[in-house]
Ligand binder design. Structure first.
Ligand code: HAM
Length: 426
């Protein structure tokens, strides 16, 4: 019996992986320009981290975590997101004490959620995210948004929409929370059991419920923007003001709530609006958090960040038929005829590669014609042909595939010749 890949996961094969590398490189390059530095944290963490960090009334914690006991009976969880882990490391490594503040970090890697797989929703997916910790300045909210919007622009993504909301500070949220309880309580029996449980614990989560989305009470539920106190309103105005100044457009949506509990003030999602994108339109989500660092045992520190999955960016690029980068080709394929020549090709490809040139040869005892075919398939820029005869005369034939031009050169000059023609003798 063959063993198949687990549901909700995927293999990314050569031919496709270049697109992933391209997006990851672009994202890293933009982080370099914005002075964000990479952090790598473990794939699994103590379960407690996510229960406290993401929030134990969220769908992620209640239904979607890959949690297991290790052989020492510790409860561990495959990370469903990156923020809690980054904050855990920030606290543990006392990054708040370092001279350069705010601490600006980015990360990329697989995340795991036990969700119902569909296009754009995987059980293992790769997030790219950033977190800026230690600043209350609304300008940094604008910076984080500028970073991701510029990245999407440079990737050539079109028809994307930045949706903003403010969830306010503690006081505003408390007022909104009470208004939500008053709104839903009289009819709560018409809602699903999850919502009933959430009513007192975390009524904001009701707005995020997938089952009760169509309930009439959802439409006129109290909107957080009406409950913002003066300070929260000023903060939100300031974030919007900075975005206006740098020319990043957005729409405000007072119904935007995020699926994780840690947000205060700015919350946002970036949506793909193009045709052919399917049911899932959220490319990226993020926002500001205040209590998370304290929750995890650190000093009271604000943070802001976002994450998106590479899978969804690829979907969006493909849906709009963006011209994607070509898969890299080979600089030189070395064809041989005869035993002595075949042996020599081992040295030649070794030397070529050492000189920085991508090179390959036959390992399947193919006839000369089949070796040429292989060179063609690999789209080699140059094919070098070495027969026993040429070898004994210290020569080699080089064909430039695009022009068909053939040159016989001294074997001793071969590496320099290809180097000159491909990477310009650097
Ligand atoms: P999130 O909204 O749960 O936020 O996820 C962020 C992004 O991850 C989504 O917009 C989507 O692109 C991607 N994503 C989530 N689940 C899946 C899935 N099952 N399959 C494919 N892609 C998925 C967070 O994770 C927060 N940690 C973001 C953040 C960072 N907030 C502050 N800092």
């Amino acid at each position: 019996m063959t063993i198949q890949i687990p549901r909700g996961t995927q293999d990314i094969l050569p031919g496709e992986v270049e697109l992933w590398q391209y997006i990851e490189e672009k994202a890293k390059d933009i982080c370099r320009r914005y002075n964000y530095h990479e952090i790598r944290t473990p794939i699994f963490e103590h379960t407690d981290l996510f229960q406290r960090g993401v929030g134990d009334t969220t769908d992620i914690v209640q239904k979607e975590m890959y949690t297991f006991l290790d052989r020492g009976d510790r409860s561990l969880t495959l990370r469903p997101e990156g923020t809690a882990a980054v904050v855990r490391s920030y606290v543990e490594k006392k990054m708040y004490g370092q001279p350069n503040q705010p601490t600006k970090l980015f990360y990329t890697g697989p995340m795991f959620r036990y969700e119902r797989p569909q296009s754009g929703r995987m059980r293992q997916f790769v997030q790219f995210g950033v977190e800026a910790l230690g600043s209350h300045d609304p300008a940094i909210d604008a910076e984080v948004l500028a970073l991701v919007m510029s990245l999407y622009e440079e990737l050539g993504l079109k028809n994307i929409k930045l949706v903003l909301n403010s969830l306010g500070d503690q006081e505003s949220r408390e007022a909104h929370r009470q208004a939500l309880i008053d709104h839903f309580k009289p009819s709560i029996s018409e809602f699903c059991s999850d919502c009933q449980n959430r009513l007192e614990k975390n009524p904001l989560r009701i707005l995020d419920c997938k089952k009760d989305r169509e309930h009439p009470l959802m439409k006129n539920a109290p909107a957080i923007l009406d409950y913002l106190n003066e300070e929260s309103r000023t903060y939100f105005e300031s974030v919007k003001g900075y975005l206006d100044k740098i020319g990043i457009s957005y729409v405000v949506d007072a119904t935007l709530v995020r699926g994780l509990d840690y947000y205060y003030h700015t919350a946002f999602e970036i949506m793909a609006e193009g045709e052919g994108f399917g049911a899932i339109t959220t490319l990226c989500g993020g926002g500001r958090y205040t209590g998370l660092v304290e929750e995890i045992g650190g000093p009271s520190t604000p943070g802001i960040g976002f994450a998106f999955s590479i899978e969804r960016v690829i979907m969006a690029l493909k849906a709009q038929q963006e011209v994607l980068p070509p898969t890299p080709t080979l600089d030189c394929y070395v064809v041989s005829l005869g035993d002595a020549a075949k042996e020599k090709t081992v040295e030649l490809v070794y030397e070529l590669r050492k000189a920085g040139i991508s090179a390959d040869k036959d390992y399947l005892d193919k006839k000369m014609k089949a070796q040429f075919k292989a060179a063609d398939r690999l789209q080699a820029r140059f094919t070098a042909v070495l027969g026993d005869n040429e070898l004994s005369q210290g020569k080699i034939n080089v064909k430039e595939m695009e022009t068909g031009e053939q040159t016989e050169i001294e074997l001793a000059a071969f590496i320099d010749y290809i180097k000159e023609k491909t990477i310009g003798g650097k």
